[in-house]
Ligand binder design. Structure first.
Ligand SMILES: Nc1ncnc2c1ncn2[C@@H]1O[C@H](COP(=O)(O)OP(=O)(O)OP(=O)(O)O)[C@@H](O)[C@H]1O
Length: 236
């Protein structure tokens, strides 16, 4: 579904992505894991076309994404920090997004309902708590029924109930055949969610393997323990 071939990106002298190649298929929930600054967000932004790699190619359903923005209609993106016009209400933001997307047909309002966003439609964005902004971002990522969901630190700031509801939704969408790419440092949140792991370090893709392979290789059942082992062995 998404294929990356020899992707490199440098910011000044810093090599943020170093010859990254991999592919991500439908019906998978893939966790992007690695220490701070290892290049996870830059990789996500490259797939979204928000960062242009210096070299390499990215294809979406077999088509090169450079100079072709149509594929983005197929992606729902939840950024690490959602930024919205301060003076707009939640209702206006939802309306604006519907206008911009201009998509007719059924919307997926599961998260709007689950998070009771409908009760907050008149609230202005600048008055919202961090967690409520996260809920709006999550609801927007799923609203237009994309076939790929890219979620950057999605559960940070969500309360435990919202976090559970969100995880249930992610699993349901993956089971329907969607591809979910997710970054998180809260490994306990990923345990019963992800099917594959991409581990990054210093801009390099160290491995991309299934959760079963990782368990077998590390001898650890829980993701948090497996990754702790990997991180310690890679730390200098
Ligand atoms: N636009 C930019 N200009 C300059 N440097 C950047 C830019 N974007 C990212 N970087 C640098 O690239 C490196 C990788 O950043 P990135 O956000 O991809 O890491 P990350 O793995 O997502 O980190 P975290 O876990 O902290 O979110 C960091 O050193 C960061 O400072």
């Amino acid at each position: 579904m998404i294929t990356l071939k020899n992707i490199s990106k440098q910011f000044g002298k810093l090599k943020v992505l170093d010859n990254v190649s991999t592919s991500c298929d439908k019906s998978e929930c893939i966790a992007l894991i690695g220490p701070n600054g290892s290049g996870k967000t830059t990789l996500i932004k490259s797939i979204l076309g928000m960062v242009i790699p210096d070299s390499g190619t990215i294809t979406f359903n077999g088509k090169d994404i450079s100079n072709n923005y149509q594929y983005r209609d197929e992606i729902g993106y939840m950024p690490q920090i959602g930024r919205y016009p301060d003076n707009m209400t939640i209702g206006q933001v939802l309306g604006m997004m519907k206008d911009i997307r201009g998509k007719s047909g059924e919307l997926d309002e599961d998260l709007i309902k689950a998070f009771s966003v409908n009760n907050l439609l008149n609230k202005r964005m600048r008055t919202l708590s961090g967690g409520t902004i996260q809920k709006v971002s999550a609801a927007l990522a799923f609203l237009f029924k994309p076939s790929v969901l890219i979620l950057d630190e999605p559960t940070a700031g969500l309360d435990p109930v919202a976090s559970e509801l969100f995880k249930e939704k992610i699993i349901a969408e993956k089971d329907k055949g969607k591809l979910v790419l997710i970054t998180s440092h809260i490994l306990s949140d990923l345990d019963d969610l992800v099917t594959r792991i991409i581990y990054m370090q210093d801009g390099k893709l160290v491995f991309h393997k299934s959760i079963e392979e990782l368990r077998k290789d590390t001898g650890e059942e829980r993701l948090v323990k497996s990754i702790a082992q990997v991180m310690v062995s890679n730390y200098e």
